[in-house]
Ligand binder design. Structure first.
Ligand SMILES: Nc1nc2c(ncn2[C@@H]2O[C@H](COP(=O)(O)OP(=O)(O)OP(=O)(O)O)[C@@H](O)[C@H]2O)c(=O)[nH]1
Ligand SMILES: [Mg+2]
Ligand SMILES: [Zn+2]
Length: 237
């Protein structure tokens, strides 16, 4: 019993802090995306493709390229932050030292860096474009979904080798999502992934959850991801 009380308090203070941080981001016109999945589903690869894609002239005229900041969450090490930073984008690595999720307290020292990097200089006369904050959560299909972050949208990735039964087994993660990405569709010939089963279980958990099928390896489906993202950046959804 006492343990439940403590957990409630921790979660409540996390949510209140996340809310305050979100207001700071909104004042600076920053749209935040929290990417969650089991380890290895393709979060970092999607971040790399996203950073490159948003800046590619074929996808975005130069005047429409948002400022981007990436936060990488891992228990240990900076492998993912190094991968992302190689794409010449603002990036910081959070090490949770054993915790299997990011919470808003861990983001406290990061938010000022985000605001500094994403706030245009006063002298700039260009029309204010929204900026993008991407948080890659710790690879874990369970408790990242329990901790509210200052981000505006939750994106969950499920890759085809993990199996189409995962929404039924880990419903919280899917119920908290605003978009479900099925990644690694290039592997469909080699794995047993049943889209009918997936869609039926998602329907029971969150009936209107949009699902995008893609492969960060071949690029198939990335157009739908960029369309979804641009709608959120333009405030149309
Ligand atoms: N075949 C295939 N492999 C992919 C695809 N996307 C990512 N991968 C590979 O999957 C592995 C894991 O990808 P990451 O992007 O590191 O996964 P992650 O979710 O960031 O992993 P963690 O940060 O450890 O949780 C890498 O070897 C990627 O190259 C895809 O669409 N198809
Ligand atoms: Mg990663
Ligand atoms: Zn955790």
């Amino acid at each position: 019993m006492p343990r439940i009380t403590v957990l409630r308090k921790v979660l409540a203070s996390n949510d209140a802090l996340a809310e305050a941080q979100r207001r700071q981001l909104e004042a600076a016109h920053v749209v935040g995306i929290n990417i969650m999945s089991a380890p290895g589903s393709g979060k970092t690869t999607l971040v790399e493709r996203t950073v490159d894609g948003l800046r590619s002239p074929s996808r975005n005229p130069k005047s429409q390229v948002p400022r981007i900041f990436v936060v990488e969450g891992d228990i240990k090490g900076d492998l993912d932050a190094r991968r992302v930073a190689a794409h010449e984008v603002n990036c910081v690595q959070i090490n949770t030292q054993g915790d299997c999720h990011i919470d808003s307290l861990m983001l406290s020292p990061v938010i000022p860096l985000v605001l500094k990097a994403l706030t245009p200089r006063q002298s700039s006369r260009a029309p204010r474009l929204p900026s993008l904050l991407i948080i890659e959560n710790v690879g874990n299909l369970v408790c990242p979904a329990e901790f509210q972050l200052p981000t505006h949208y939750n994106v969950t990735i499920l890759s085809t080798p993990e199996g189409s039964d995962k929404p039924t087994k880990y419903p919280l993660m899917f119920s908290k999502s605003d978009l479900l990405i099925i990644n690694k569709i290039d592997l469909l010939p080699y794995v047993d992934f049943n889209f009918r089963q997936l869609e039926q279980s998602v329907k029971r958990i969150k009936p209107n959850l949009p699902i995008i099928r893609l492969s960060t390896r071949t690029g198939e489906g990335l157009d739908s991801w960029f369309a979804w993202l641009k709608q959120r950046l333009s405030g149309k959804a």
